[in-house]
Design a protein around this ligand. Structure first.
Ligand code: LLP
Length: 421
């Protein structure tokens, strides 16, 4: 459920009409609903209650500091994967004690940043990383809390580019080698083992792969405890999928997920951490664009928008589907026709949808891409020298620009021409 509904003939974000925002900030732009973000975060905390737990928002999915502050103020932790994300979490006022640091290639500089600024735990993914972290921590005179990310060799049954839990993927250490790796971690002076971490992929639409992975984690917990390790936290990663279409998909709900976690892991006496990104942010955001031209092609009509693949890359990169709806509510039973919905970028891949049944739109009409809150703005680029588009946050009847559109001067001033040229 989200808070983007038609009211008085126009799509609204909570109590604000989208055309009002478009008139104020220009198109294209992203708009997020505070009520939807809040609701989705709470669904997870409720689903895991009464287990001790921390919901760490995967900020790679939507990293605007205003959004992080909103979630952080609700009590959320943050899952970060770079020094930049760590800085964003801190800038949003989230204490280090609620930040977990994931990622397969943390640099020593990033480790130092987090150890100095405060960190709940590092999710380490290899032995060389463990050794580097121990050295950095020892040099700073501190001990780094760690969980080792294990690769459970489970098929997440999602898009190949976002599946991470098979043994051929670059993530984690093979679960079969866990004893050996934990033994080394225990010997390294700068590390303190606190738990186990696992993440098998993103946009999972079934519980079975999670359950298979978590069952292996439960067995591993017992085994490692038997070997003398303190396993007090289990970080279960993110990955629960969302419905991208109104009709045919019904991924499991956070409550179903929570019930399964309690059943499989609830008896171990561990604190549970989860790292959801998409389920919190995905359906909390829209990308709003204008129709530049309606072009008649050979046997097909094109809707050319002012948003492009550089603003929302998911359709080009993963063949992802986003519902695209008119901002002005079409009267019941109004005619539709198939359009290829495209952006202005000079690549055929800059296509959002092919043969999509849409109302008869005209130049200047506004459209909204649904489910664009996750992996939308964060994956945008300036390809074709198109400025990054603004982000807007709505709460009730308030809206504010939370990232402004840069001016062309700002963009041009980042380039420098060397004096010797
Ligand atoms: N934890 C770790 C270690 C991750 O790698 C990810 C996502 C998450 C948590 C959050 O997963 P979520 O709950 O959002 O599924 N750009 C792709 C998705 C990439 C996901 C990468 N890792 C897309 O647009 O579909």
């Amino acid at each position: 459920m989200d808070h983007f509904l038609y009211r008085d003939g126009a799509l609204h974000a909570e109590d604000v009409a989208i055309p009002e925002i478009a008139a104020a900030v220009g198109t294209p732009f992203y708009v997020y609903s505070a009520a939807t973000l809040t609701r989705h975060y709470r669904l997870f905390t409720e689903a895991l209650t009464p287990l001790p737990h921390l919901v760490c928002f995967a900020i790679k999915s939507l990293s605007n500091v205003a959004v992080l502050k909103l979630l952080g103020d609700l009590g959320a932790g943050m899952d970060v994967v770079s020094g930049g994300e760590y800085r964003r979490a801190k800038a949003a006022g989230v204490p280090g004690s609620r930040i977990v640091f994931s990622g397969v290639g943390k640099t020593r500089e990033e480790m130092r940043l987090a150890l100095e600024g405060g960190i709940r735990q590092f999710n380490v993914e290899s032995e060389p990383e463990m050794r580097a972290l121990s050295e950095v921590a020892t040099a700073l005179g501190v001990v780094a809390p760690i969980a080792v990310r294990v690769n459970p060799d489970v098929d997440a049954r999602t898009h190949a580019k976002i599946a991470t839990g098979k043994s051929e993927n670059k993530f984690g250490i093979p679960i079969a080698r866990a004893s050996e790796v934990y033994a080394e971690a225990a010997r390294l002076p700068g590390l303190r083992v606190v738990g186990i971490d696992v993440h098998i992929g993103s946009q999972l639409t079934e519980l079975a792969p999670f359950e298979a992975a978590y069952t292996k984690v439960a067995e591993l917990t017992q085994r490692l405890r038997g070997e003398g390790h303190v396993i007090e936290r289990l970080d279960l990663g993110g990955g629960l999928g969302i419905p991208y279409t109104r009709s045919n998909e019904a991924p499991p709900l956070p409550s179903d997920y929570g019930a399964m976690v309690k059943r499989v892991l609830g008896g171990l006496g561990c604190e549970i951490e989860i790292e959801p990104g998409r389920l919190i942010s995905g359906n909390s955001g829209l990308l709003v664009a204008s129709v530049i031209y309606v072009k008649q092609g050979e046997g097909r009509d094109f809707l050319i928008l002012d948003a492009a693949m550089n603003d929302l890359v998911r359709p080009a990169m993963y063949e992802a589907h986003h519902d695209i709806i008119p901002v002005t509510e079409p009267p019941p039973a109004s005619p539709t026709q198939p359009f290829d919905v495209v952006g202005p970028v000079c690549e055929t891949g800059d296509t959002f949808a092919r043969g999509r049944e849409m109302p008869l739109l005209a130049e200047g009409d506004l459209v909204a891409f649904r489910s664009a809150g996750a992996y939308g703005a964060v994956m945008a680029s300036e390809y074709n020298s198109r400025p990054l588009i603004p982000e807007v946050l709505v709460k009730g009847d308030h809206f504010a620009v939370i990232r402004a559109r840069p001016s062309f001067d700002e963009i041009l001033n980042r380039d420098t021409i060397p004096s010797w040229l």
